[in-house]
Design a protein around this ligand. Sequence first.
Ligand code: KG4
Ligand code: ZN
Length: 339
Amino acid sequence: MRVIGVETSCDETAVAVYDRTRGLLSHRLYSQVSLHRPYGGVVPELASRDHVRRLLPLVQQCLEESGSSPADLDGIAYTAGPGLIGALLVGAGFARSLAYAWGKPAVAVHHLEGHLLAPLLEADPPAFPFLALLVSGGHTQLIDVAGLARYRILGETLDDAAGEAFDKTAQLLGLPYPGGPAIAALAEQGHSGRVVFPRPMLDRPGLEFSFSGLKTAALVALRGREPDEPGRADIARGFEEAVVETLAEKTRRALLATGHRRVVVAGGVGANQRLRGRLAAIARATGARLYFPRAEFCTDNGAMIALAGCLRLSRGEHQGLALGARAQWDLAELTAQGD
Ligand code: KG4
Ligand code: ZN
């Protein structure tokens, strides 16, 4: 079984071809980061228009690179949500049209299911069940993954997502969009402990997160000092350590509470090296094994959508002609559908 996947939920246009037996055959991505950078964040209308421009060439390149003709494909998978609705509709309309023209089934994929399954693209993939820490620009969740389409949310953020906190704090520090990598780079030059940030929600039981206070703490720290480079670096360092420590400690508690022996980290913030280091230490201490996708498959990509679509299609799941794109879509709904 071979599936082409299309991802357009935000500011990356991405396409990939995944083969059930041979694995990932090709993947291509066009990042719109430079398009949105002058605005300090993603401009939805610009994102939609750029997806229109990029999709066809990326599909052509992926077909060539993977040595596939449309006849070799068993389906077309596309991200149906959650995300920016205009951007999603471009990908959904495009994928649906390809499916119609090529006479193949179209498979609507949940973007977060794509992220969750991304570690399965690697050479030594995790077996089910596992605990997943999903940390992206829009979501921060600890998920009990019993199997494909069997997801239970154990805890999530009550306000900002971890990536959103990175992006907003980066803006306060005058750093470019996207903020995560920019803060991580600046934090390397800063000193631990010079600017102390709170550790939100660690003083209470439960697996919920809250990150909006860290952004306010960064604002307060900025007011009290000269906006010089060492000062900003110390703030970046303190902020990053607070986010990482909070994510890691809640993950540790979730491992102990569920008894899982495998933990998967997925989503854009999963590319953060300090977070990976802390989670590796926690995995060692709790006797669990840590899995994460390579950095380029932590952030949005087509490979995870092609893979998730292929797994769904092999269970006989695909959609008709109706165009389903949803800006909001709770991952837990997939479990209800699957049961
Ligand atoms: O998963 P993703 O590509 O898009 C969403 O589905 O949201 O995640 C993007 C988020 C952004 O907020 C970005 O700042 C963050 O992931 N990010 C990072 C790093 N790389 C990307 N955050 C912290 N450290 C990084 N190295
Ligand atoms: Zn994402």
